[in-house]
Design a protein around this ligand. Structure first.
Ligand SMILES: [Zn+2]
Length: 271
């Protein structure tokens, strides 16, 4: 990881589960576009298949936005659908039985609270990295992913082994995605924590669990996602759930099963 380029050696560490997992929920998960804001605050929608580098070229480096801009009317209409709608089925609200109790420090909780507050204000995901005790905040100004900026990536590369804690906010209630868990396979990163839109907090770490190769991880996650997809139809109340609720339960189940499969630690609780 000496040559740390976001989107190349360090892909956005989060895609909010959209790209990855539960096929039956795809309609809700992927609007086909991703919201973005440019420097003067105008909202654009970026086609979902836009590569990070192309996005960065167009929106951060001020390049040609042709092909990635949709009208504000479309963008504004869609943006309202993203955060804020409570979709957690009531039997899951405040239910952390599947998870271990949170062991975050007061400072880490405060940090997550701040990231969540930022998301409430602008609708975008926000991230922070605690690298050898030093905290850096970042946001990529888009709804459903947040990338590690290059300077933070360099700090991570230079950190003492396994001393990095990544934290970020979600724009919906879902738990850590497969992409979030995958960050733990970076030898520098020892913990990934998220705050969901409903202020639930989840922290994942390898602990004494297995360390698979990335390929082994991907194969296992694909199988787990399929199993969750099959099993979830038999859940009580499934037929009455909204698509957002189905998505929530699917991601929740997947996160729990990923942690259990690799014997990783998954903590959960309220802010
Ligand atoms: Zn995430």
């Amino acid at each position: 990881m000496a040559d740390y380029k976001p989107g190349v050696t360090a892909p956005p560490f989060h895609a909010n589960c959209r790209c990855t997992t539960v096929p039956v929920f795809e309609d809700e998960e992927d609007f086909g576009e991703r919201a973005a804001k440019d420097a003067d605050g105008k909202t654009y929608y970026v086609p979902a298949d836009t590569k990070y580098e192309d996005w960065k070229k167009a929106f951060v480096d001020g390049g040609d936005k042709a092909g990635v801009i949709k009208s504000d009317a479309v963008a504004n209409n869609k943006l309202r659908q993203v955060p804020g709608k409570t979709s957690v089925p009531k039997e899951y609200i405040g239910n952390y039985d599947d998870f271990q109790p949170l062991t975050l420090t007061d400072n880490e909780r405060l940090l997550l609270k701040t990231l969540g507050k930022n998301t409430l204000e602008d609708g975008f995901e926000h991230g922070a990295a605690i690298v050898s005790g030093e905290t850096r905040f970042f946001t990529s100004g888009i709804v459903d992913r947040v990338a590690i900026p290059e300077d933070v990536g360099k700090m991570i590369d230079a950190a003492a082994n396994r001393s990095v804690h990544l934290l970020h906010s979600h724009t919906n209630e879902t738990l850590p995605s497969a992409t979030d868990f995958r960050k733990l396979l970076d030898e520098k990163i020892d913990k990934v924590s998220i705050i969901a839109y409903n202020k639930d907090i989840y922290s994942a770490s390898i602990g004494n669990g297995w360390i698979p190769t990335r390929q082994e991880f991907d194969v296992a996650v694909k199988r787990i996602a399929k199993e969750v997809d099959d099993d979830i139809f038999s859940y009580p109340g499934f037929n009455e759930w909204t698509i957002a609720e189905r998505n929530y339960v699917g991601i929740r189940e997947q996160a729990y099963r990923i942690a259990r499969h690799f014997e990783w630690t998954l903590e959960g609780g309220a802010l």
